[in-house]
Design a protein around this ligand. Sequence first.
Ligand code: ADP
Ligand code: MG
Length: 366
Amino acid sequence: MQRATIDFGIDLGTTNSAVAVLNGVTPEIIKNNQDADVTPSIVGIDRRGAVRVGGDARDLSASDPDNAYGEFKRQMGANYRYTFKRSGQTRAPEELSAEVLKELRGNVQQRLGETIDAAVITVPAAFELHQCDATRKAAELAGFSQSPLLQEPVAAALAYGFQAEGDKAYWLVYDFGGGTFDAAVIKAEEGTIRVVNHGGDNFLGGSDFDWALITNLIAPRLSKEHSLADFTRDNLKWRTAFTLLKRSVERAKIRLSREDSVWIDECRFQGNNGETVEPDYELTRSALISAAGPIIRRSAEICLRVLEEKRLAPSAIERVILVGGPTLAPYFRDQIGNLLGIRLDHSVDPLTVVAKGAADFAGTQR
Ligand code: ADP
Ligand code: MG
């Protein structure tokens, strides 16, 4: 299909990535081969040097942690190399990001039969020039000849229909991801959406819920019941055990967004004497809410600081839009709504809103 505008938008996320296309005036998410809206930003390289991206690579990372990596977005623009032990290969963060971009482009090819060489790619408001350059480099390595960058909060606001003309109001874009938190105040000015102020914490996100449950509840119990004296997260001996626990607890946490209580499943590892350890524990939503409280409060404090720095009272903010997987949980919305005292809007799916906004913007780019 011949296109006059770019039309494709990509959210290249720390934890998950997504691609959307503008279909007429409506952005639509393009699903991956597993039929999911988002693809884990994880890249693995196997013994033969074959590259795996997404869910496949995540499966590899549990059994084979030296051969699959995620969260490389944190290192974009830094002089950092990832070593894949089995194949002996090394990769820079932008090369791993390029693999994710290629994967998303492959999904477009598979679903729409279209080979694309241009897409709008989103970056955090906090990205500095060298990080943006690394993102452009990743796009180039992935074979994109054109890749305008767009700030994530601006993309989210576009997906919510924030108009560059007209809307005089301030909005707060609250983006709580897997491992990073970003808050941005935006406003329409002279025909463009501008980030007035932003703040965040690079080590605050959905993962903290999982780890809080593990270190406060599950690890002490396992350690006691199976006499695992040295059972701590930073002990290399237990690396696989903690990786498996983290994944099981994350799945349980996600189920707790719908259910009041769930069981931890699919987690099995060897104890000190070779015996099988299999946590068979129930997790309740109320335990999760207690664990989540202090973490959500930290994000609220950052929001209030971001407002205060611009001498904006919460009452000056027309609405807060919620972005990021953890904001899907009803208890999360209740807590953050109470803490901020600003009207919340979560009418667009928080896992795909950034990609959709990027596609909206792409529709304006020739
Ligand atoms: P990022 O912007 O860092 O790529 P995402 O917005 O994709 O991150 O969020 C990933 C986080 O969202 C993970 O911690 C995951 O456990 C969490 N998450 C995803 N879906 C849900 C859900 N339904 N309920 C609670 N947490 C969820
Ligand atoms: Mg994100």
